[in-house]
Design a protein. Structure first.
Lengths: 151, 375, 363
């Protein structure tokens, strides 16, 4: 489905979506409170059918976090970038999407491990790579005088 | 809180027998720990623990300039090092909206496919060795040496090349490259059917791999299992067909898709991919256009503000490079969507209900390279 | 002392006579026992060492490489160097292991194979123990080694060792049946269990040729079952390095590990020599019928070389299997025995009994 049609489809499903500038894919940003239900809509609706989540990550913008989800549909072959803003920088929290796409369970553990973003209703909220008391390395305010080499 | 979760999730019932495979273990290829809870010989649950080789590549890339990042990406999935390099270079080139010369595209694709054959050869050796057929290890490595000799002549290094740079290649290929590659293809075309028969046709091997660890198409899409492991279950996820890059639009090859999804078909998919790789190389090797081996790029590369995503097909699945740039000479955030990270976590679902010996066969057929999981 | 290479019984009898002349009968017997014991010890050690060397060379040639070729000419002293290294290694004691059982286990395995080797006919006249229940004795004592393996796995107090030992125990006990039943076919043909009589009965042709199809089937089953008995080849789950890091002998180091290792190779030798004796004629040269020119030519080669050649051939076959096939899983292994080999064996015995009654074999 091409850009215009997809845009209209999504607007009809999710009136709250804001479209953003992106040269490659269609990008929308949604409010984080409704994240889970919006994702369910996007997955289950026949015209969009976003069943394959191929990248889940987070970006630290110093005063807020941005969760980024890259979705694609194996049936219709269109791609969407879904973003949601997490405003609380000290104790960030967002809903999990692991009940919709099973691969998200592990990507969200990695995001928790590296950024400290907690996911509500996650089935297995443990850290993945690092020790329990390590800190959250990918945050921009993370410093480690001994091990990090800064230019 | 962590203790309770650990007790509920990991250890299962009290009378389960828990053994550890790894982190140092002859058959988990790399440092990975499987905590296996058994009832007799049957597996109840497998919990993988990764992170033993987490080096913080994504954080390091935030400090390095774009040409310097290439050297870090080699070390993620080291068996497809060239493809990792190429993915980052393509992302940067697309962001800057520059087009590399055709010569570069052809050479990059040929090297991709040679790398794929070398990676699948190593996988084949290791799979035979895990199953107990120790001789396959030597036969596979013997032929892989020929590819590594070709690489060494052109790049100076056998495994971790770092030969790509944004804008093209670091140097031109050696004059003997085409001749040696053609000789290798001729030699390998005769050897591959031998290997195929030696292991695939063996009754014991088939009994140990058919109907073991069946992955359904639903699960493959849900868990994001890409590469030959996903294609053996029917998930047509080859990025070389969906979003072709470099010289892939100019070649014709078959995408290997099976529907059974068991260990034997994951094995077969990789063997068939080796045949297809040879076909691709044959279509390209004689037609490499003349020209520059790189574009003239600025000394300091700065990407315009924005976000860029590039997908590439490594030997193990879909690699994604996601660069967020704020206009500086280093990326603001770079994320590598690694294929092995997604492929690892299906192992609990696949191995439950089978025996320990099957766990080895299943993890061998998923072809995991651990540094790619941990980055 | 007369030394006739074709019939070493004259040599052994003359030594015996000399000893009885030199001292009283009691002392002479004691000296004989001690000498035979020493000869077997040395034979065990030397043959074991060189079998390890042979395996490494055979394996290397199949894998397109050279194998040991630096220590000594053609690498012949490699295993001696390895043995010296193992002797000098630290014996790591395990904290919570049962010390008595842990230390006894390797010895039990060695003793079992030692008992079996005593009954093997090496050449005409070189037969240490010639019971009238020869085959039965050999099968019985080689089953004692499973006790050693189970003790080793249990007393190591380690999960890997226990799993390995249990697998091995199940495997050995199952395959003993097939070993016994396949040897039984030749016992029916020959009419006796005494090893020297079985060899004598092959003076006009080896049982594998005389007994045609049934003996051939029994030979194949014996090869498969005995490879499984000795934990070798495609049945080496108990020590599957890529799964359980050495199985039941994980916790053993130094000389104790060397005992298990040596016992495995000597068991292979014993099993190969039983196969050579019962099916391929032991020290009997290749004869077809009686009294022809061909038989005279075959008789030129001394019996000891016939025996060594046949055993070497069967050992080579077993090594060939190991380096070609992948490993079987434990349940596939047990299925193979109980659902395939055992029924074939039983039917084969019925057929052989029928053939013997009707006389439908080459007499």
């Amino acid at each position: 489905m091409d850009h215009e049609n997809l845009k209209n489809q999504i607007l009809s499903l999710i009136p709250e979506a804001e479209f953003r500038e992106n040269k490659q894919f269609l990008e929308i940003i949604v409010p984080s409170a409704k994240l889970n239900s919006i994702c369910k809509e996007l997955k289950n609706s026949g015209n969009t059918w976003f069943d394959y989540l191929f990248c889940l990550t987070a970006i630290d913008w110093n005063d807020h976090f941005m969760m980024v989800y890259h979705l694609t549909s194996t049936k219709h072959n269109h791609t969407l970038v879904l973003k949601t803003r997490v405003d609380n920088h000290q104790n960030p929290e967002v809903d999990t999407v692991s009940d919709i796409w099973r691969t998200a369970e592990f990507h969200e553990r990695e995001v928790y491990d590296l950024f400290g973003i907690k996911f509500n209703n996650h089935p297995d909220p443990r850290r993945l790579f690092l020790e329990d008391d390590y800190g959250f390395p990918l945050r921009k305010d993370f410093t480690d005088e001994i091990n990090m080499i800064v230019r | 809180m962590a203790d309770e979760i650990v007790k509920n999730i990991i250890l299962g019932e009290d009378d389960d027998y828990v053994i550890n495979m790894g982190p140092q273990h002859p058959s988990t290829h790399g440092v990975l720990r499987f905590e296996v809870s058994l009832k007799g010989e049957t597996i109840e649950k497998v919990v993988p623990h990764c992170g033993y080789i987490h080096r913080g590549i994504e954080k390091m890339c935030e400090r390095d300039t774009y040409p310097q990042i290439i050297h870090l990406t080699d070390r993620m999935d080291y068996l497809s090092a060239h493809i990792n390099n190429e993915a980052v270079c393509l992302c940067v080139e697309n962001a800057l909206e520059v087009e590399v010369p055709d010569r570069v595209k052809y050479i990059r694709t040929i090297l991709d496919e040679l790398n794929r054959i070398a990676s699948h050869q190593l996988w084949w050796c290791a799979m035979g060795m895990d199953m107990g057929a120790l001789t396959t290890f030597f036969y596979g490595l013997r032929d892989r040496e020929k590819i590594l000799d070709i690489f060494e002549e052109s790049f100076g290094s056998r495994l971790l090349h770092s030969f790509n740079t944004p804008g093209g290649l670091m140097n031109d290929i050696h004059p003997d490259f085409q001749k040696k590659t053609k000789e290798f293809i001729q030699y390998f075309r005769k050897k591959l059917p031998e290997y195929d028969q030696l292991l695939s046709g063996n009754v014991i091997f088939q009994a140990r791999t058919k109907d073991i660890g069946v992955l359904s198409l639903e699960d493959a899409i849900q868990y994001g299992i890409t590469g030959p492991s996903g294609r053996a279950s029917g998930f047509a996820c080859d990025i070389r067909k969906i979003q072709p890059y470099s010289a892939y639009p100019k070649v014709s090859f078959k995408e290997i898709v099976y529907t059974e999804g068991d260990t034997f078909h994951r094995y077969k998919a990789r063997i068939d991919e080796m045949y297809e790789s040879m076909n691709i190389i044959e279509q390209l090797i004689d037609n490499i256009p003349e020209g520059d081996h790189a574009l003239k790029m600025k000394a300091v590369i700065k990407l315009p503000v924005g976000e860029y995503y590039q997908r590439a097909e490594t030997a193990r699945g879909e690699l994604g490079v996601y660069i967020v740039s704020d206009g500086n000479k280093t990326p603001y955030r770079i994320k590598f969507r690694s294929p092995n990270f997604s492929n690892l976590f299906i192992i609990n679902k696949l191995a439950t209900g089978f025996k320990i010996a099957d766990l080895v066969a299943i993890s061998g057929s998923l072809d995991l390279v651990i540094p790619d999981i941990d980055r | 002392m007369t030394f006739n290479i074709y019939d070493l019984s004259s040599f052994t009898q003359s030594v015996d006579a000399w000893l009885r002349n030199a001292m009283s009968p009691g002392w002479a017997s004691l000296t004989e026992y001690v000498v035979i014991g020493l000869v077997f010890l040395i034979l065990y050690a030397v043959v074991g060492l060189y079998l390890v060397y042979a395996e490494r060379k055979v394996c290397a040639f199949m894998q397109n490489r050279l194998g040991p070729n630096r220590v000594g000419p053609f690498g012949l002293f490699q295993t001696i160097a390895d043995l010296i290294k193992l002797l000098m290694k630290e014996l790591i004691p395990i904290k919570n292991a049962d010390k008595v059982l842990f230390n006894i286990a390797p010895f039990i395995v060695i003793i079992a194979s030692f008992l079996a080797i005593a009954a093997i006919p090496f050449a005409k006249g070189l037969h240490a123990i010639d019971f009238n229940i020869g085959i039965f004795y050999v099968i019985a004592v080689s089953s004692v080694s499973v006790i050693g393996i189970l003790l080793a796995g249990w007393s190591s107090n380690s999960k890997y060792s226990l799993i390995g030992a249990m697998r091995s125990g199940a495997q050995i006990i199952s395959y003993e049946l097939s070993v016994g039943l396949s040897l039984l076919t030749i016992v029916i043909f020959a009419g006796t269990m005494q090893l020297s009589s079985i060899i004598e009965s092959q003076a006009n042709g080896w049982w594998i040729f005389k007994g045609h199809i049934s003996a051939f089937i029994a030979f194949i089953i014996f090869l498969i079952a005995s490879t499984a008995e000795t934990n070798r080849g495609p049945f080496d789950l108990a020590e599957a390095e890529s799964e359980l890091t050495a199985g039941f002998h994980t916790e053993y180091s130094g000389i104790r590990f060397a005992f298990f290792f040596l016992a495995e190779y000597m068991n292979m030798f014993i099993v190969a020599s039983i196969a050579a004796t019962v099916f391929l004629g032991g020290w009997m040269p290749l004869h077809f019928g009686t009294g022809t020119g061909f038989n005279h030519i075959m008789d030129f080669i001394p019996p000891i070389f016939w025996f060594t050649g046949k055993t070497a051939f069967v050992v080579y076959l077993m090594m060939w299997f190991k380096w070609t096939f992948p490993r079987l899983r434990i349940d596939q292994l047990l299925t193979l025995e109980w659902k395939y080999l055992l029924p074939i064996n039983l039917v084969n015995i019925l057929v052989v009994a029928f053939l013997t009654l009707m006389g439908w074999y080459f007499k």
